[in-house]
Write a new protein. Structure first.
Length: 365
């Protein structure tokens, strides 16, 4: 199952896309109360604390009594503070938990954005952060229990009681505050960080700096007000750069750099070790699956060779492999023998074996 926008919003996904993300909160009631439990349920909170042993940099306790003796590396200390009224916050849980990693990778690929997942767990009466705004869009996935959300401001302010299986979308900049009611609550916040104009500007400067070492040199030491001269000189230099040396600013080069940076994800735990171990037995009847999570991107280098990238995996192949790479892009599951007939059987097996070893595909059990 692919955790993309269609999976998350169902029939409303296309309307959401056509609106280019609505700029007002959207509440979608549950189609099934247990639809998110496979991602992270109440038992997973305890499993996470025991197996991952997150420290203070990735675990927070909000509310509850202050305790200077609290040891964040000991699960029993955390659970005791939680029972006393604290809310457990697991920051960046998608970096450490397989199901949440898959969610972030799939949704990020569908939205062409970076995605991160935090977990919030509270007992009845628990209170979270004071009212605040975020600088990124949020999807709230209510996994267990109920939580009251106050969203918006002024006449647009609303109170919503999310129940298990509900989804709440909050555009960036929306004031919000959440508190538990007569039951506890477990919810995921899925932060969406789309490509911004400032990100594109950074990519342009990075591309120029890779071709012009003078941009890596230090600005002359001087008083801060005097830097106005250097700033004016830099802007003049950048303005004339496109006509003097257009290569670094070619749209395809910039697009490739942005795709590389934004499609990189950690490998998903989908049988990669087993697949590599058994790759020597691969034959035309062997079934493969393209690695889930992220989008396969590919192109041609100036010399004609083919490059391909999926998440943090990348490789280069001869120009003749273009048709096979396109086949992998459009087929999530296939037998090795299904590769285009332009390739000999031995070539099909060799290419499939390389994809397995490099992390682009796994053996279908």
């Amino acid at each position: 199952m692919r955790c993309d926008l269609t999976w998350l919003l169902g029939p409303n996904a296309e309307r959401w896309r056509s609106d280019a993300a609505p700029r007002h909160p959207v509440w979608q009631r549950a189609t099934a109360p247990d639809r998110f439990t496979h991602l992270f349920d109440l038992d997973d909170v305890e499993r996470y604390l025991i197996a991952v042993r997150p420290g203070e940099e990735s675990l927070r306790l909000v509310g509850g009594p202050e305790d200077s003796r609290l040891d964040y590396t000991k699960p029993q200390h955390i659970l005791h503070a939680w029972r006393a009224g604290g809310t457990i916050v697991l920051n960046g849980a998608h970096q450490r938990w397989p199901a949440l990693l898959t969610l972030a990778a799939d949704l990020g690929a569908d939205l062409a954005a970076r995605v991160g997942v935090n977990v919030y767990c509270s007992l009845p009466g628990g209170d979270g952060f004071p009212e605040h705004v975020d600088d990124h869009d949020l999807f709230v996935l209510q996994t267990w229990g109920r939580k009251r959300w106050a969203v918006g401001s002024g006449s647009a302010r609303r109170e919503l009681d999310l129940e298990s299986g509900d989804v709440l979308y909050l555009p960036r900049g929306t004031p919000h505050h959440a508190s538990t009611l007569d039951s506890g609550s477990l919810h995921l916040t899925v932060g969406v960080y789309p490509l911004r104009w400032v990100d594109l500007a950074h990519a342009v400067v990075d591309a120029l700096a890779s071709h012009h070492p003078e941009l890596q040199s230090a600005v002359p030491l001087c008083d801060v007000p005097a830097h106005g001269r250097e700033t004016a000189a830099l802007l003049s230099w950048l303005t004339s750069m496109d006509s003097r040396d257009p290569a670094p600013l070619e749209p395809e080069r910039l697009a490739e750099a942005l795709r590389a940076e934004r499609s990189a994800t950690a490998p998903l735990p989908v049988g990669g070790l087993r697949s590599v171990a058994l790759s020597a037995e691969l034959n035309l009847a062997t079934r493969l699956r393209r690695r889930p999570g992220g989008t396969l991107v590919h192109g041609r280098e100036a010399g004609g060779r083919v490059w391909m990238r999926l998440g943090d995996c990348h490789m280069r192949l001869p120009a003749s492999a273009q048709e096979a790479v396109a086949f992998l892009e459009h087929n999530a599951g296939f037998a090795v023998g299904d590769l285009p007939n332009a390739y000999a059987d031995a070539t099909k097996c060799l290419l499939a074996s390389r994809w397995v070893r490099e992390g682009f595909a796994t053996l279908d059990p």
